[in-house]
Design a protein around this ligand. Structure first.
Ligand SMILES: [Zn+2]
Length: 199
């Protein structure tokens, strides 16, 4: 007989009338517990059938419990032992079944995590790399652009280089305007000014 635990897992209904197990045996409550358990003449027909074919129509007492496994209707404790076969199959293959279920769960969790990550809020570095360019592509003429400093502030800068030393000490780098002077700024990334911001 299937264990109580397995029966509790699949039994989902009960009747005070008749139910036919997947094996073909019909169980019916006799005598009727309630006057309206059966349709008109149903109980009398079942009694006749059980006299003609006692192996296929069995009288029983009290509520008949049944449930479904693999779309098959199975009456609790039926002599066909169909529930036992399913329970034994699961127990005999529990390592296969559990490793399959674990692998399926892992796949589902991985898919869920990937879906979550694809929509996640970007990190600061990801945002910088998406919107800021490396310095080797920065303008080398005197045009102005935005520079990201080492302190991650943003300065409007341009590139300037005069190594001749004729008018002033040699200089080379990125400079921002401070009043009427220029002050060198160490930048790590750059991006173009929007058109209307162009100086
Ligand atoms: Zn059966």
């Amino acid at each position: 007989m299937a264990s109580n635990e397995f029966n509790e897992a699949y039994i989902g209904a009960g009747t005070y009338a008749a139910v036919t197990c997947d094996c073909g045996i019909t169980y019916f409550v006799s005598p009727p517990e309630y006057s309206d358990s059966y349709n008109e003449g149903e109980y009398e027909r079942l009694l006749e059938q059980s006299e003609e074919n006692p192996d296929k129509f069995k009288q029983t007492y009290g509520c008949i419990s049944y449930g479904h496994i693999d779309s098959r209707c199975i009456v609790l404790d039926c002599e066909c032992k169909t529930a036992d076969k399913y329970e034994n199959f699961i127990l005999n293959h529990k390592e296969l079944i559990s490793s399959f279920l674990n692998a399926s769960l892992k796949r589902d969790v991985t898919e869920a995590v990937n879906a979550f990550n694809s929509n996640k809020i970007k990190t600061k570095d990801e945002v910088i790399n998406e919107y800021w360019f490396d310095l080797d592509s920065a303008p080398k003429d005197s045009s102005w652009f935005l520079g990201l400093t080492e302190e991650e502030t943003i300065e409007e800068v341009h590139y300037a280089c005069d190594l001749s030393g004729e008018e002033q000490p040699p200089f080379k780098g990125y400079f921002k305007r401070v009043g009427t002077y220029f002050s060198e700024v160490k930048i790590t990334k750059w991006k173009p000014l929007k058109k209307e911001e162009n100086v």
